[in-house]
Write a protein that binds this ligand. Sequence first.
Ligand SMILES: [Zn+2]
Length: 54
Amino acid sequence: MGKCTICGEKIQELFLGKIKGTIVRKPGKEKQYEVCFQCQKKLGSKDKILENIK
Ligand SMILES: [Zn+2]
């Protein structure tokens, strides 16, 4: 927990478990991926984010 799946940077936590960034899940998969705000901003869409997760 707390690390960006794409760049590996630590993700800042805001409050009540909310993170500065986003959480994505591959369709049909249980595993959740945390993505930092910078990567989210850089990639723009959820589809692009998922493309960058191996
Ligand atoms: Zn990142």
